[in-house]
Design a protein around this ligand. Structure first.
Ligand SMILES: [Zn+2]
Ligand SMILES: [Zn+2]
Ligand SMILES: [Zn+2]
Length: 165
């Protein structure tokens, strides 16, 4: 039986959702919106979910080549990433020039990423308190925010435990 999408309603979600379920959710969101999630776009999203860390476009191109044994050009991959970002399915990590899947494409939220500078792993959380603070601050200066992605660099739990960082 194919994996069924299970939209998440916890606005302060601390859960790590299963990649297959999140990809199934992306498929159903796109079909409800009439957006075309082509095979390639879906593969890019799957690869990002499997990776577990911010992944650059050229790494994706290599992985796609291995998966499909047919070369995919950079413009195609960049267009695919643009599409996935426009649908809120993927976020760009500017500090790494790399991409991660957004954990909750089913709702509007600020993406808060914790990125390990040692192993590169990233975890996305949501925090309504932070979202309120940013909205309040933006209102004070009359600023209209368009993209709200917060990147926190540091050392993850496993790397601290392993003593490698
Ligand atoms: Zn959730
Ligand atoms: Zn997100
Ligand atoms: Zn780490």
């Amino acid at each position: 039986m194919p994996t069924q999408p299970q939209p998440c309603t916890d606005a302060n979600c601390r859960r790590q959702h299963a990649p297959a379920e999140r990809v199934a959710l992306a498929v159903s969101l796109c079909s409800a919106r009439g957006a075309r999630l082509t095979k390639l776009r879906r593969q890019i999203l799957e690869l990002l979910w499997e990776s577990g860390r911010p992944t650059g476009a050229y790494e994706l191109i290599e992985a796609l080549k291995l998966r499909d044994s047919r070369p995919v050009g950079p413009p195609t991959v960049y267009r695919g990433l643009e599409f996935l970002m426009s649908q809120g399915l993927v976020s760009k990590i500017e500090s790494r020039n790399a991409y991660v899947p957004c954990a909750h494409p089913e709702r509007r939220h600020d993406c808060l990423f914790f990125i390990c500078s040692n192993c590169g792993a990233s975890v996305e959380l949501e925090d309504q308190r932070l979202e309120c603070l940013i909205s309040e601050d933006a209102a004070v200066i009359g600023f209209r925010a368009s993209r709200r992605v917060i990147e926190v660099e540091g050392t993850c739990k496993s790397c601290i435990a392993a003593g490698t960082a």
